[in-house]
Design a protein around this ligand. Structure first.
Ligand code: ADP
Ligand code: MG
Length: 425
């Protein structure tokens, strides 16, 4: 995939209506609907402000959560959940949609921009059309949740065209929703068939830094892979085996590697179906001359709990009734040494159950080691980003990807439909 894409700076936006796909999929309080973290809205501000400052009118759009777009599918879903179809009303469906309205986002965005943001009552319907037609340069309109339209997730060309038509003559599509670029939906990819399509600043940065590290890394390139499961990281391991100089394995998935090598792992996380694969990976790395590091010791607990009793044992020597919940001190030393002289470090997946303070040391020590290197440091993956933030190292990293699933697919070397659809430079 070509990562060198045109950006908002490569097109003339003056006097144009710009359809801007954002990632406003914000977390909300279950009861009040209040936005609990507006980071994603703030992240969109530089691109929006640039467009406004340069004379564009901005028609912003985003999905929020997983609304069910038709009453029929809503009934089906409720029945699957065990509800009697006779009790599922159209009213309850509409209520479920209302909960996923972008109204709180429009309000927050308006506060952050310091100017009112109008919310359309629909996505491509009469209200969106009328409000888009009346929109002036310097003004911002926000469409309703794109997933209120059933054509969104199906990447329906009719919906994509209707979105494009909102921009009138000479419109432009700008994508800045990195968190959604791995999805081929009408508002993330399909719409680019009908409008010139470029990236905003968020996507530009992701492409420059992650794309740069994958295509032409400053070496040595060290990949740190952890997290819960081998099975969810196969694609990443495979792709990084093609480009990394060193691969470091930690977290829950390391115990499957340990078991595959004949170690005793007690009650640790094990994916028995993936043991052969783990052995293959170790062999492949050796054949390619790639250094593959596995834990030499591990912190174990007598339960999966924050207050579990803990002790340190050698890797592969975990007694029954105990489970590995973090890497041990010798492993921390080994791994910290391995990143010291790196040119680039890509990190995906925590080294242990960092959510429990007693088992967060490994993840914290690796974050600290990264903060001390001169390497380009890239964090991908939702939980990894959360861990680095929670442990206070966020501002010490070169780049923390804003997309969980999207950054994983990026690291797997997959084509991202929401990037592939943008104009090449
Ligand atoms: P990311 O979202 O960054 O891709 P993952 O979702 O793969 O990361 O993994 C994160 C989860 O892995 C965390 O919730 C963490 O608690 C869990 N984890 C890490 N080490 C272990 C372990 N030894 N046993 C069980 N779970 C673990
Ligand atoms: Mg995760």
């Amino acid at each position: 995939m070509n990562y060198n894409k045109k950006t908002v700076k490569d097109v003339d936006v003056k006097g144009k209506k710009v359809l801007l796909r954002c990632d406003f999929n914000v977390p909300q309080d279950k009861n009040t609907g209040a936005i609990t973290d507006d980071k994603r809205i703030r992240a969109a501000l530089p691109t929006i402000q640039y467009l406004l400052d340069n004379g564009a009118a901005v028609i912003a759009c985003s999905h929020l959560g997983k609304p069910v777009a038709t009453f029929d599918s809503y009934v089906k879903k409720q029945v699957e959940k065990g509800k009697d179809p006779a009790t599922v009303t159209e009213e309850s469906w509409k209520k479920s949609l209302k909960k996923l309205s972008l109204a709180p986002v429009a309000e927050r965005l308006g506060e952050l921009l310091g100017k009112p943001v109008t919310l359309a009552a629909d996505v491509i319907g009469p209200d969106a059309q009328a409000k888009a037609a009346a929109l002036k340069p310097g003004e911002v309109l926000l469409l309703e949740n794109t997933r209120f339209e059933k054509g969104e997730t199906k990447n329906d060309p009719a919906m994509a065209k209707a979105l494009a038509d909102l921009t009138g003559e000479g419109g432009i599509y700008v994508s800045d929703a990195f968190g959604a670029v791995h999805r081929a939906h009408a508002s993330t990819a399909g719409v680019a068939d009908y409008l010139p399509a470029v990236s905003g600043f968020l996507i530009q940065k992701e492409l420059e830094i992650i794309g740069g590290a994958l295509a032409n890394p400053k070496r040595p390139l060290v990949a740190i892979l952890g997290g819960a499961k081998v099975s969810s990281k196969i694609g990443v391991i495979n792709n990084l085996l093609e480009i990394a100089d060193t691969i470091i394995i930690g977290g829950g998935m390391s115990y499957t590697f340990s078991a595959a090598a004949g170690g005793k792992i007690g009650d640790s996380l094990l994916e028995a179906d993936w043991e052969d694969y783990a052995n293959e990976m170790v062999k492949k790395a050796a054949d390619k001359g790639i250094k593959l590091l596995l834990p030499v010791d591990t912190v174990i607990g007598d339960a999966f709990a924050a207050d579990a009793n803990s002790k340190i044992v050698a890797a592969g020597e975990i007694p029954d009734g105990w489970q590995g919940l973090d890497i041990g001190p010798e492993t921390i030393k080994l791994y910290s040494d391995a990143v010291k002289d790196a040119g680039t470090v890509i990190w995906n997946g925590p080294m242990g159950v960092f959510e429990f303070p007693a088992f967060a040391k490994g993840t914290e020590a690796i974050a600290e080691a990264l903060s001390k290197t001169d390497a380009i440091t890239i964090i991908g993956g939702g939980d990894s980003a959360a861990a680095v933030q929670q442990l206070g190292f966020a501002d010490k990293m070169t780049h923390i990807s804003t997309g969980g699933g999207a950054s994983l697919e990026f690291m797997e070397g997959k084509v991202l439909p929401g990037v592939a659809c943008l104009l090449d430079k």
